[in-house]
Design a protein around this ligand. Structure first.
Ligand code: M6R
Length: 612
């Protein structure tokens, strides 16, 4: 999704803006641009479609020099990727960068046209530049002009504004789209995420919705929606600049797959004491809330939704509490029945996914009595700030667009939650808790073992070279793992991949099966294995090439048409879905390499989807 960086310093800001844009690349974008206020008090801009490298080339020909500037990576929503549609946009002395969507832009645009403004892009964002320019005719300061304009905007915005008439300040504003201020030694900065600023500072102020900030080299003033000056805390980030390097790996995704044993260890740390799960790890009030709840509603998107689906099986099977799971973009626009005593759980790596945030907000309106818990990988995210309880997965920064370690650590978090709720509601006894805890403690080692299949899976991936479509099958929690495997494959290799509960195959999808359609099945030795084996026979007899991941007791025979990979030893209900995720991640990674795609930045995708 779009990214913002800006700053006011006592040295040339362009190199910092450029390196910041590179650090924002992982969010997904299709054009980029920079504007600075030059020594002659003029706005100087460069924009380019495609990779940041293209912008860099233009900057070699016409360099920009100034101590104050803003820059942007654009992920197209309104208007195709082009130089004209790239940000920053300019209106006379005003320049802006914008993340989010302005829903009433057509009306505002028409009004501005009647006032004589000419539009040079197809974006919704350009209206903000012209509106501020127009507001400057009656406002005394740039800050008050921005305050006036944002009141007219419907939709979401993270906004950076500069004016060549006020060459010492940046105005930042946010509503529904993340924006932070970096407090540095050589200057102050704005960005849509910490990654872009880690080289300059680890001190951040997280703006709240409707905040407007006036940022100078030596002073930061923040105003709330009523224009009252407010204090927002400075948070010290513990993310290190080095953590966002690829290190010895070829891709961030590969690094993040191999970081999973440590990410799981970090997520478990201090959440289990003396072999007992600490319910208080979910927040001070968690025990009281968990004791009172009767239903669980999980809402999430993409990979996080798949983690929620695994958890649904666990909640009902293990802690005997009814649980629904739904994709956030559907939930937020339905009129669902949200019963009293529901624990509303949002799962999100970034904590900034617009649909998930809005689903939580709409749930709170539907039933004020519910309690919310956010399971998230980003401290101080928008989602965590509006949730009653927060549990941070400690996966560390995830840069690859395809989620990997955030998924497995979400599952660890959910396992701890299932256990906590079960204990407090007396549906899990001491022995069952012990079994879960021992399984979780073994997990980092088991994930390490599963990662050893890397080279075998690399060879296997070659068979996908000419494939255009594939099916993933599983039963029970493995259906959710099949969904996750299929999502990974389509995201980064662009091979069409669909996942089905294996029992559903005969109700339609089996018609697709022929020798060109590889079928990947996840087959641990659990109570559904016999049923799954019959489903696999149905596929085999229709000539498909199959790849089956099993454990040592599944006992599935390898044939010419069926390659069987033993992933690991026999596993428990909690550990199995986590371990079987690993070979599917490796498969999609290696298939993407075979296909030659951009693994970390797959086409059209954004890391964190902060617009609808
Ligand atoms: O940050 P979130 O977990 O809320 O993101 C949700 C999805 O956008 C995300 O999981 C997406 O599906 C990933 N690209 C999957 O690899």
């Amino acid at each position: 999704m779009c990214g913002i960086i800006g700053g006011v310093t006592n040295q040339n800001i362009t190199p910092l803006l450029l390196s910041g844009l590179k650090n924002l690349e992982y969010r997904g974008y299709d054009s980029s641009g920079i504007v600075v206020i030059s020594d002659k008090r003029l706005l100087e801009r460069q924009r380019s479609v495609g990779r940041i490298a293209n912008l860099e080339k233009k900057l070699i020909i016409k360099n920009l020099h100034g101590e104050i500037g803003i820059a942007h990576t654009r992920w197209a929503t309104h208007g195709k990727p082009s130089d004209e549609n790239a940000h920053p946009h300019i209106s006379n002395s005003i320049s802006i960068v914008h993340n989010g969507i302005i829903e009433n832009y057509v009306n505002l645009k028409n009004q501005l046209i009647t006032k004589g403004y000419e539009f040079t892009s197809d974006t919704d964002s350009e209206i903000i530049a012209h509106s501020i320019d127009f507001a400057m005719k009656t406002c005394k300061s740039l800050t008050s002009a921005v305050q006036k304009v944002v009141k007219t905007l419907e939709g979401s915005y993270g906004l950076g504004v500069i004016s060549s008439n006020f060459p010492n300040k940046i105005i930042a504003a946010r509503k529904g789209s993340p924006l932070i201020i970096g407090v540095g030694k050589k200057g102050n900065y704005i960005s849509s995420d910490q990654m872009a600023l880690l080289s300059e500072t680890n001190k951040f102020i997280f703006l709240e919705d409707h905040d407007i900030a006036e940022i100078k080299i030596d002073q930061i003033k923040i105003f709330d929606m009523n224009s009252n000056q407010v204090e927002r805390p400075i948070v010290i980030s513990n993310i290190k600049a080095g953590e966002v390097d690829k290190g010895k790996y070829s891709h961030f995704m590969q690094k993040e797959i191999f970081e999973q044993p440590q990410a799981i260890r970090d997520t478990l740390e201090s959440r289990i004491t003396n072999d007992k799960v600490n319910c208080s790890a979910f927040g001070h009030n968690a025990e009281k809330i968990f004791k009172s709840i009767k239903h669980i509603q999980i809402v999430a998107c993409g990979t996080s939704f798949n983690a929620g689906l695994v958890a649904k099986y666990w909640f009902e099977d293990i802690s005997k509490i009814p649980c629904n799971v739904e994709v956030a973009s559907e939930y937020r626009y339905r009129r669902p029945i949200l019963l009293d005593k529901t624990l509303f759980i949002t799962l999100s790596q970034s904590g900034e996914t617009a649909d998930t945030i809005e689903a939580l907000k709409s749930a709170k309106k539907l039933n004020r009595s519910i309690n919310s818990l956010c399971i998230c990988n980003a401290a101080e995210s928008s989602l965590s700030r509006i949730s009653d309880l927060v549990f941070l997965t400690h996966a560390g920064p995830e840069i690859g667009v395809a989620s990997t370690k955030s998924f497995t650590t979400q599952l660890v978090a959910m396992a701890l939650l299932v256990c906590s709720i079960g204990k407090l509601k007396n549906t899990i006894d001491v022995d069952s808790e012990n079994l879960i805890v021992q399984g979780l403690k073994k997990l980092p080692g088991l994930v390490n073992d599963a990662l050893l299949s890397d080279s075998a899976i690399k060879s296997l991936a070659k068979s996908f070279k000419d494939k255009t479509s594939s099916l993933f099958l599983g039963r029970g929690t493995m259906y959710a793992i099949a969904l996750e495997g299929a999502l990974k494959l389509k995201e980064i290799s662009y091979i069409h991949a669909e996942a089905y509960p294996a029992g559903e195959l005969k109700h339609g999808p089996i018609a697709l099966i022929d020798e060109d359609m590889p079928v990947v099945a996840v087959a641990p030795n659990d109570e559904l294995l016999v049923k799954l084996k019959s489903n696999l026979n149905e596929v085999k007899s229709r000539g498909s090439q199959m790849i089956v991941f099993e454990d040592e007791k599944s006992n599935i025979k390898s044939l010419d048409s069926m390659k069987v990979f033993q992933v690991t030893s026999n596993l428990g209900r909690i550990t199995a879905p986590i371990i079987f995720t690993i070979p599917l991640q490796l498969l999609s990674y290696h298939v993407a390499l075979v296909k030659g795609t951009d693994v970390d930045k797959p086409r059209n995708l954004a890391k964190s989807v902060t617009v609808e």
